[in-house]
Design a protein around this ligand. Structure first.
Ligand code: C2E
Ligand code: MG
Ligand code: MG
Length: 762
C-alpha cells in the first residue's frame, strides 16, 4: 500500500485529510455529536413506543413487575434524557477516550443496578431508556473514536509513505517474534535490487555484511536489545549486487510491548560509502605518504603517542624508535635525477616494510628520513641488533632501471623511558642521535644519551652566536662602505684609501675602532712558487674571535655554518672582504699585480642560482681584477652538481677568474670528469703531502696527480707542506706551488702587509 503512493500523488489528499482531522479536533459542536445523536435516537425510540416495549419486557423478565411505568413519567424522562445526554455529551469528550468509555459503561451498568435494586425494594424507575441512552452514547463515542483513529492512521500512513519516498535512507523493521524483516524498497535499492526482490529473512541482511564487520553489528544489536545502549548504531560494509562492498550506517530503536519485552527493532540505513571514501582519502593524505604509502610523520606520531600511552599504563612495556637517514641522498638525486631518487625511496620503503613484522611500524618522516617503531622490546641490544640488520638490509644493491645503486644509512636510536610522555621530545632525541651517527662518519648507529642533547644545545648556541657574528660583520661592512677584515693589532697597516676615509670622518674613525672588536676575521696563508720561493698568492681563511670561547679555527664553526645554511652569508662576506683587502694590497704594492687571492666557495653557494652574477657584482664593487681571484671548489661540490656544473664553471672562467679544485684526492674520483672542467689548479690534499716522506703510497698518489694534471695542462699546488723533505720531493716531481706551515701559517692583514713590503715582485 505504501509503495503505491508517490509524493506528487499524495500531496493533495494529504492536505484534505489533514484539514478534516483538524476540523474534527477543533470544532466544539463535534463534542456533542455522539451523545446528541444517541439522545435523539432514544427519544425517537420513546416516541415510537419501542422503549416502552423494552421496559415492559425487562420489568417482566428481571423484576417480575406486572405494571409498566406510568405515562406521567414520560415527559420528565424526555427532559431528563435530553439534559443528561447533552450535558454529559458536552463534558465527557474532553476526557480521554478510555475514561469516557468507562464512564458511559459504568453509567449504563450503574443505572441498571440501581433500577434493579429499587425494583427489588418495590419502587420502580424507568430502566430501558436511560440504559439505552448510556449504551448508545458509549457506542457512538467508540465509533467516533474509531473514525478519528482511522483518519489519523490514514494520515500518518500517508505521511510515512511520503517520508519513505522522499528519503535517501533505507528503512528496516525487524519483527523479532516472527523473525521477519520488512525492508523498504529504498533499502533494497541501496544494494542494487528491485522492490520485489530479496526476501524478508534476516539472512538477506546479515549474510551480506562484510565478515570483518558482522560481529560488530551483532554485538550492537544485542547490546541495544539488552538495553545497554540507548539506540542501535553501527557502521558496516554490505555486499552490493555488483559484488562491491558499500559502507552503510544503521541507526535503530527497539519497540517493546507492555511487558517490556522487545518485539521489534526498527531503524534506517544510510549509504555512507562516499563519505567513508572521502574520509579515507583524507586520512590517506593526512596520515600516509603518497610516494611510499608508508605512514607519514603525522601517522607515525599518532602511533608513537599510542605506544607511549600504553607504556604509561603498563610500565613493563618498553619500546624503541629508530630514525634512519640515507647518507648522501642528495648525491643520488643529483646524479640519477629526482625520478630515480623517488624510486629509490619507494624501494627502500618496500624493503623495510617487507623486512619488519606487522606489529612494528615503519614510516617516512620526509625526504630521505624513515622511522621505525619497535613497540615491544626486551633488551637494548635487541634494538642495536635490529639497527645493524637494517643497515645490512639497506646496504644490498637497489636495481633502478638496470643500474645498481648502493646506499648506507645512519641511524639514531631512542629507547623508551618514563620521561617521554610526548612524541616531540622523543623524535627530537632520535634526530639528535641520528645526527651524531652522521657526524661520527655516517653508516653508523647511535643510541641517544643526554650528553648528545647537551652537545646539540651547544651547537645551537654556537649557530646563534655565528649568526650574530655574521650580522655584525655585514653591518660593519655596510656602514664603512668597505668590507675589509678588521686587523687584530692596533698598530696594523691601514690601507691608504681606508686611512683617508678614516681621517675624513670622525664617525668612520670610531667605527674603525669598533672594528677591532669584530668577531669574524680573515687570515691569509701564503702560497709559494716552489722553484723561486716567492709568494704568488694567498688563501683567505675565516677565523672567529668568539666572545666567550676565544679564537676559533674553521673546523669548529664551518660545519655548523654548513649545516645551518649560514655558510652562504659567511662565504659571501669572506669573498667580499678578501677581495677588498686584495685590491688595497695591489693598490699599495702595484708591482705585485700577479698575486692571486684564493677564496673557498661552499657547496651551498655553488648550488645557488645567480652565483656568477653575484661574484661579478663583488668584483665590480671591490674593483679587483678577476685575474687576481682564484675560487676553490671541492671535488664533491663539482660532482654533486655534475649536471649543470660545467656551465657554471665556464661562466666563471669567462669572467677571467681562476678555478682550483681543493683537497684533491679526498673526495669522489673525478678523474674522468676532469678534462671537461675548465680548471686551472689542482690542490693536492694535505693528507697525501704530509705523508709523502713516510708513506710510499702517498708519494705515488701525489706523483700520479701531478702527471695527470700536467697532461691536462693544469698546475698543481701541494697543500700542507711542513718539511723541507716534502718541499724537495715536490720540486723533484715538478710541482709548481706549495702551501703549508713550512712556508707560513695563515696570518693576519698586518703580517701579510709586512711580508709584501719585504718581498720582491713575483
Ligand atoms: P682548506 O681550504 O683546504 O684550507 C687549508 C687548510 O689547511 C687551512 O685550515 C690551513 O690552515 C690548513 N693548513 C695549511 N697548511 C697546513 C700545514 O702545513 N699543516 C696543517 N696541519 N694544516 C695546514 P683552516 O684555516 O683550519 O681551514 C680549514 C678548512 O675550512 C679549509 O680547508 C676550508 O675548507 C674551510 N674554510 C676556511 N675558511 C673558509 C671560508 O671562508 N669559506 C669556506 N667555504 N670554507 C672555509
Ligand atoms: Mg681551500
Ligand atoms: Mg684544502
Amino acid at each position: 500500500m505504501i509503495t503505491s503512493f508517490t509524493p506528487q500523488g499524495l500531496r493533495p489528499s494529504f492536505k484534505r485529510s489533514d484539514l478534516s482531522v483538524r476540523r474534527l479536533n477543533e470544532k466544539f459542536w463535534w463534542q456533542f455529536l455522539p451523545a446528541g445523536l444517541a439522545t435523539l435516537v432514544v427519544i425517537v425510540l420513546l416516541q415510537f413506543g419501542v422503549c416502552q416495549v423494552i421496559e415492559t419486557t425487562l420489568c417482566h423478565a428481571l423484576l417480575r413487575f406486572k405494571d409498566p411505568i406510568p405515562d406521567r413519567f414520560q415527559e420528565w424522562l424526555w427532559l431528563a434524557l435530553l439534559s443528561v445526554g447533552i450535558g454529559l455529551g458536552g463534558w465527557l469528550p474532553r476526557w480521554r477516550f478510555r475514561y469516557q468509555l468507562m464512564t458511559w459503561l459504568s453509567l449504563c451498568l450503574g443505572w441498571g443496578a440501581l433500577s434493579w435494586l429499587l425494583g427489588a425494594s418495590g419502587s420502580q424507575i424507568p430502566m430501558a431508556a436511560p440504559m439505552l441512552l448510556f449504551g448508545l452514547c458509549g457506542s457512538a463515542v467508540t465509533l467516533t473514536e474509531s473514525v478519528r483513529t482511522y483518519v489519523l492512521l490514514r494520515q500518518s500512513e500517508k505521511r510515512y509513505a511520503l517520508a519513505l519516498c522522499g528519503t535517501t535512507e533505507g528503512l528496516w523493521d525487524w519483527n523479532l517474534r516472527t523473525d521477519r524483516i520488512d525492508f523498504s524498497p529504498r533499502w533494497k535499492e541501496m544494494l542494487g535490487y528491485e522492490a520485489h526482490e530479496l526476501g524478508d529473512r534476516p539472512t538477506e541482511w546479515l549474510s551480506r555484511v562484510h565478515p570483518s564487520d558482522i560481529d560488530a553489528l551483532k554485538l550492537a544489536l544485542a547490546d541495544h536489545c539488552q538495553g545497554q545502549t540507548p539506540h542501535l548504531e553501527c557502521e558496516y560494509r554490505l555486499l552490493h549486487r555488483n559484488g562491491s562492498y558499500r559502507w552503510m550506517h544503521s541507526r535503530g530503536l527497539v519497540v517493546r510491548n507492555r511487558w517490556d519485552r522487545v518485539e521489534r527493532v526498527v531503524g534506517f540505513q544510510t549509504d555512507t560509502t562516499e563519505r567513508r571514501e572521502a574520509e579515507m582519502a583524507l586520512q590517506r593524505t593526512t596520515f600516509y605518504d603518497a610516494l611510499t604509502e608508508l605512514p607519514n610523520r603525522v601517522g607515525f606520531m599518532h602511533r608513537l603517542q599510542q605506544t607511549i600511552d600504553d607504556t604509561q599504563t603498563h610500565s613493563t612495556i618498553s619500546f624503541a624508535v629508530l630514525w634512519l637517514d640515507i647518507d648522501q641522498f642528495k648525491l643520488v638525486n643529483n646524479s640519477l635525477g629526482n625520478t630515480l631518487g623517488d624510486r629509490l625511496l619507494a624501494a627502500v620503503a618496500q624493503r623495510l616494510k617487507s623486512f619488519l613484522t606487522p606489529e612494528n611500524t615503519v614510516a617516512r618522516l620526509g625526504g630521505d628520513e624513515f622511522a621505525v617503531l619497535l613497540p615491544q622490546i626486551q633488551y637494548a641490544h635487541d634494538v642495536t641488533h635490529m639497527a645493524e640488520r637494517l643497515q645490512q638490509l639497506l646496504s644490498l644493491p637497489f636495481n633502478l632501471d638496470g643500474r645498481e645503486v648502493f646506499i648506507t644509512v645512519s641511524i639514531g636510536i631512542v629507547l623508551s623511558s618514563a620521561h617521554y610522555t610526548q612524541t616531540e621530545p622523543l623524535l627530537r632525541d632520535a634526530d639528535t642521535a641520528m645526527h651524531r651517527a652522521k657526524a661520527l662518519g655516517k653508516a653508523q648507529y647511535q643510541v641517544f644519551d643526554r650528553t648528545m642533547r647537551t652537545r646539540m644545545l651547544l651547537k645551537l648556541q654556537l649557530e646563534n652566536d655565528l649568526r650574530q657574528a655574521i650580522a655584525q660583520g655585514e653591518r660593519y661592512a655596510n656602514m664603512m662602505g668597505i668590507a675589509a677584515a678588521p686587523p687584530r693589532h692596533p698598530d696594523h697597516w691601514v690601507p691608504e684609501a681606508c686611512a683617508d676615509r678614516l681621517a675624513a670622518s670622525p664617525d668612520l674613525s670610531s667605527l674603525h675602532q669598533s672594528s677591532l672588536h669584530q668577531q669574524l676575521q680573515i687570515y691569509y696563508q701564503p702560497i709559494l712558487c716552489l722553484t723561486t720561493g716567492l709568494v704568488v698568492g694567498f688563501e683567505a681563511l675565516a677565523r672567529w674571535q668568539h666572545p666567550e670561547q676565544g679564537f676559533l679555527p674553521p673546523a669548529q664553526f664551518i660545519p655548523v655554518a654548513e649545516e645551518s645554511g649560514l655558510i652562504i652569508p659567511l662565504s659571501w662576506w669572506v669573498l667580499r672582504a678578501a677581495c677588498r683587502q686584495m685590491k688595497q694590497w695591489l693598490t699599495v704594492f702595484p708591482e705585485q699585480r700577479f698575486l692571486t687571492l684564493s677564496v673557498n666557495l661552499s657547496s651551498r653557494q655553488f648550488s645557488m642560482p645567480g652565483l656568477t652574477e653575484q661574484i661579478q657584482q663583488i668584483l665590480r664593487e671591490t674593483e679587483l681584477n678577476p685575474a687576481n681571484l682564484k675560487l676553490e671548489l671541492t671535488e664533491s661540490m663539482v660532482m654533486d652538481n655534475a649536471a649543470h656544473v660545467v656551465d657554471v664553471l665556464y661562466q666563471i672562467r669567462a669572467l677571467g677568474i681562476h678555478l682550483a679544485i681543493d683537497d684533491f684526492g679526498t673526495g669522489y674520483s673525478s678523474l674522468s670528469y676532469l678534462p671537461r672542467f675548465p680548471i686551472n689548479t689542482l690542490k693536492i690534499d694535505r693528507s697525501f703531502v704530509s705523508q709523502m716522506d713516510t708513506c710510499l703510497d702517498s708519494l705515488e698518489i701525489v706523483r700520479t696527480i701531478l702527471v695527470l694534471a700536467h697532461n691536462l695542462g693544469i698546475d698543481v699546488t701541494a697543500e700542507g707542506v711542513e718539511t723541507s723533505e716534502q718541499q724537495d720531493q715536490l720540486l723533484e716531481m715538478q710541482c709548481e706551488f706549495g702551501q703549508g706551515y713550512f712556508f707560513s701559517e695563515p696570518m693576519d692583514v698586518s703580517a701579510i702587509t709586512q711580508l709584501l713590503e719585504r718581498q720582491q715582485p713575483y
